[in-house]
Design a protein around this ligand. Structure first.
Ligand code: ZN
Length: 278
């Protein structure tokens, strides 16, 4: 039986050279991928395809121990210019998917630009929260004598996507905080919630993510986040349940430990729902 010869990446100079100078030209615009040292080469490429920007970025995150799950923000690894190259790479990949699905993207006028539309939609819309940095939420001081000490409840409309089937998740988050030493603009709560939602998520994780990011932006320790959403996953496929609703709650600080605060939060949610039924 013959065994295929695989050259050692460190000992074999030819392979080593390929690791060092990988060039990729998507639009006649060369993109030089980070030079690899012999040590990097020894670490292996983790099975990622060389010669693509996405392969290079994945390799970099892999080596640095950066998690890049569907719900993770990876904005520090992707700038605006790189995003355009990644959209080109995703377009090619979606073209292959359409080909595998036996859809005539040459002659079907509705399928002609679909691969690029999908690629742009993923990066710029339905998964934008993975590639965009956190929204700028300027904090205003709330430390004077007549500072606001009450509860604040903001209702934020959400659009997300389940990471299992890439089906839409549509719903509302109610974000409650007891004002701390600083306050952020009211629209910022929704911007933060939407930034967390525009990724591939699980509702349970999304609830946690929003609570954590609101805590970071406001410094408040007393936080409650309640989400109710309908899932395309349950409506369009599988059990095809049209009126199913999923509710998740994350409570921190007084929202968790003080029954009065928790009740006030839940009562506020009911008042909001009477004002605008969801
Ligand atoms: Zn799903």
């Amino acid at each position: 039986m013959t065994k295929e010869f695989t050259p050692d990446p460190v000992l074999n100079a030819e392979v080593d050279r390929k690791f060092k100078e990988t060039e990729y030209e998507p639009l006649g615009k060369p993109v030089y991928i980070k030079k690899e040292t012999a040590l990097d080469a020894m670490a292996g490429d983790g099975g990622y395809k060389l010669g693509t920007l996405s392969g290079s970025i994945r390799m970099q995150m892999h080596r640095q121990g950066k998690r890049f799950w569907a719900g993770d923000n990876i904005s520090e690894y992707v700038d605006e210019e790189q995003k355009e190259v990644l959209i080109d790479e995703a377009t090619k990949a979606f073209e292959s998917v359409l080909d595998a699905l036996l859809i005539d993207r040459e002659n079907d006028p509705n399928s002609k630009g679909t691969a690029r539309r999908l690629a742009k939609m993923y990066f710029n819309e339905i998964m934008a929260g993975r590639y965009d940095p956190a929204p700028d939420a300027t904090a205003f001081p709330n430390d004077s004598q007549d500072r606001y000490e009450g509860m604040l409840v903001v209702r934020s409309e959400l659009r997300s996507m389940c990471s299992h089937h890439h089906q839409p998740v549509t719903g509302v988050a109610y974000i409650g905080i007891i004002a701390a030493e600083k306050l952020i603009g009211l629209s910022k709560y929704t911007r933060i919630a939407q930034w967390c939602a525009r990724r591939g998520t699980l509702q349970e994780e999304l609830c946690n993510d929003i609570a954590r990011e609101i805590e970071k932006a406001t410094g408040a320790k007393d936080i409650g986040v309640y989400i109710q959403a309908v899932h395309g996953c349950c409506e369009n496929r599988g059990i095809m349940a049209h009126s199913s609703l999923t509710q998740t709650t994350v409570l921190k600080g007084a929202f968790k430990n003080d029954a009065g605060t928790k009740k006030e939060f839940m009562d506020n949610i009911k008042l909001q729902q009477e004002f605008a039924p969801r």
